[in-house]
Design a binder for this molecule. Sequence first.
Ligand code: SF4
Length: 596
Amino acid sequence: MFGYRGKVLRIDLSSGKVSVEKLDEKLARDYVGGRGLATKMFADEVDAGVDALSPANKLFIATGPLSGTPTPTGGRYMVVTKSPLTDTIASSNSGGYWGAELKFAGYDMIIVEGKAEKPVYIQVEDDKVEIKDAAHLWGKLVSEATDLLEKDAPEKSRILTIGPAGEKLSRIAAVMNDRFRAAGRSGVGAVMGSKNLKAVVVRGTNKVPIADPVKLKAVAREATKKIRENGVTGEGLPAYGTAVLVNIINENGVFPTDNFQRSQFDGAESISGEELAEKYLVKKDPCYHCPIGCGRYCKTDTVEGGGPEYETIWAYGGDCGVSDLPAVIEANFWCNEYGLDTISAGTTIAAAMELYQKGFIKDRELDGLSLNFGDDKAIVEWTKKMGMREGLGDKMADGSYRLADSYGIPELSMSVKKQEMPAYDPRAIQGQGLSYATSNRGGCHVRGYLISPEILGLPEKLDRFATEGKDVWTKIFQDLSAFIDASGLCLFTSFAMNAEDYGAMVEAATGDKWSAEEVLKAGERIWNIERIFNMAAGVGADQDTLPPRLLKEPISEGPSVGEVTRLDEMLQGYYALRGWDESGVPTQEKIDELGI
Ligand code: SF4
């Protein structure tokens, strides 16, 4: 098989059995790889009603046909499992170098099942696969575990690990790789922890076979040219990282502040990408074969390390009312060390701040710490408490929905399907509101980034206040994003590239024909298989909604004043466009058409 390695590594931690299976070529053609192929295989193997933290849940760590190839950003992998946060399918994407290394080792994916009796880690060196004792690693921070593993591992190995948050089954725990990269969302780190699996170390020495190397080189060169010539991928992201968005989003009055109570932050300038670049940036930190290089490596008086990303700066900054950038960088540092999703962690602190502001959380619960909006020390200290499940941090470690629900007021959690929404107030970005509400993994910006046309004007400028036509745009963005996640490329390439470009690269790598229509059709197939799994898991159309605040409380000030998300104007049109019935259920006709 070209583009693929043709092998799946299956590891049963209960029995210690390691086996290698042949990749199903037909499934690979229909579901591409990564998010798509792993979700299809997961849905076929695992009962949708499974308890996400039980040994019966499985963890799929999957690459795509472009992972490990010389295509721009071709180094991504996905962690697919049932989410302990949302009870939906989870598929969390990460960059760095680990995904490419797995392909070099000869595997398209690893399936981990069962549960080890005691902490273990997996070491893969080409054909040699071992399950090893992790007693000395359990309890260690991500950097400590990585240091220890690097000492014992074959030279040039890449390390994927969880931190203490994953071990302690935090429902917002991340899987970390290459120290600072995270498959962050939906609590995938807790699933790894529930299996007593601390880390997966990989070293590979073989190239990925390519169907047409000359053509791949040509289309990759053309794609790189487009990326370099695009204002976002060629200028904004390389210069300022994703934090380039802070001032842009704030100026539009859609930068959620104080747990979405306001939508413009007075302190935005001091936590902007420009400020980060001027005062704290040490170097850029790009992923495998990436011409964009949005990754940052920063240093303050107290910490240094990877990040922070825009979403992190917003979650810990504006959403917590904090304008002290070193404190945000430090909170990000501790998320990386404990292995916490920065979006969910920061926004859970913001929700806790509002619960405290409104009198639900009492002083006696705070162990002497502050929980006031704007307190820079609080965001750092509560992150550590979450990472260790200490005091109120224990409740916070399961995310904002369960926290707010424990006080009887779940609506103060700014989440969709129990997963916290990212950094854009959808009340004045209507398409983004529809995209959030219908996301298959709960509150998420990368399932359909409508910010691109509605704010940035890419590929064309849409009226962000209008609902008309947003169903069409949302579907296209969701389907295309699913294909990109399945291919092994980074979603940020889509600022500059279109479905035809992605199809050309996968075609050159695999030798299979991929037109733009087939690219979108495969994305649609992936979207529907996720939807069908979620419905079987009990997460249906009743959860295609937003927190009541965003539907009923108009934005109170700034350039987006007076707006709410008008979801009811868009949802039925979206269902119809998807070939779903009025209850949001995929029709048999649609299922047959997609060959699911
Ligand atoms: S654009 Fe950023 S996140 Fe994407 S592959 Fe490049 S460095 Fe990594």
